[in-house]
Design a protein. Structure first.
Length: 67
């Protein structure tokens, strides 16, 4: 089984949500691994990772308003 590791760094402008789908997809594509599991780990202690369906842009806005 193949293993691929890459570290991504994101600079943000404070509170809010940030779309990182394209960056993660790019890493998966570069890995040339076709079947497996992707692990995304956030090192920052005051950050959270949210996985959600992105079918409707209002879902992201609703979540930001809620928090």
């Amino acid at each position: 089984m193949g293993v691929y590791h890459e570290e991504l760094e994101f600079h943000t402008n404070g509170k809010g949500t940030y779309e990182i789908t394209h960056e993660v997809q790019s890493v998966v594509h570069k890995s040339h691994i076709r079947n497996g599991t992707v692990t995304v780990f956030v090192k920052h202690t005051s950050a959270s990772l949210v996985l959600m369906e992105n079918a409707d842009p209002s879902a992201r806005r609703d979540m930001e308003v809620f928090f």
